[in-house]
Design a protein around this ligand. Sequence first.
Ligand code: FMN
Length: 214
Amino acid sequence: MPTLRPYNSITLQLSNFYSVNSLNDLERDAWLWLTSAPKRKRDGFKTMTLATRTLDGVNARTVVLRKADADAKTLWFHTDVRSDKVGELSRHPKATLLFWDNRRQIQLRLSVTTAPHTDDAIASEHWAGLWVGGRKMYLSEHMPGLPYPEPYPGFPAQFGENLPTEAESEAGRNNFLVVECRVLTMDYLHLSRAGQTRARFRYEPFPGMEWLVP
Ligand SMILES: Cc1cc2nc3c(=O)[nH]c(=O)nc-3n(C[C@H](O)[C@H](O)[C@H](O)COP(=O)(O)O)c2cc1C
């Protein structure tokens, strides 16, 4: 029979990057990485895979993490209001956000419920913080995903490699959507030769945390 120890007495040695000694520390680290990633150029958590439900199956794509709030357990990303994912999320607001950081050898799988922001204060705040290069993709005259007779760059061809002016970029505001993702559960997995670590953190409907068999 293995001897069982209380969680808070377990000290796990995890790679050279950090060590954790409780579920609380591990969760705090995960949120610290998520909140700092948008400001760090080459952070592994800067992009994530968004998985959604479609009418006849599932869909997945990469999106950029724009902001995370550890207290509100909420993440935000930007997208074009005309894209397929928006229709999918409006029909089925629950989604999965999947992160993989190769350097830290950490996977985070977040089950979320989403809400769109188009013409409110949240959307305006994100739009104001977006540089003209980021706004350029919202200037597309066409619906993302539509067939086109020739290669289309995703913005009016006249811009070429140039950036729009601040005033020109404002035309993209109508196509801009911020998706708010409230985290329901976070599944944490750390890979290591010395032993893998897996844990689940629940936020809604009932808070809780537990170790899982990897
Ligand atoms: C590195 C990378 C980052 C991306 N970031 C975003 C993003 O933040 N928002 C977005 O809508 N699409 C982003 N895309 C494009 C999407 O992956 C996808 O191709 C596009 O949004 C259309 O998706 P949909 O048809 O499933 O809606 C990114 C693609 C890559 C490769």
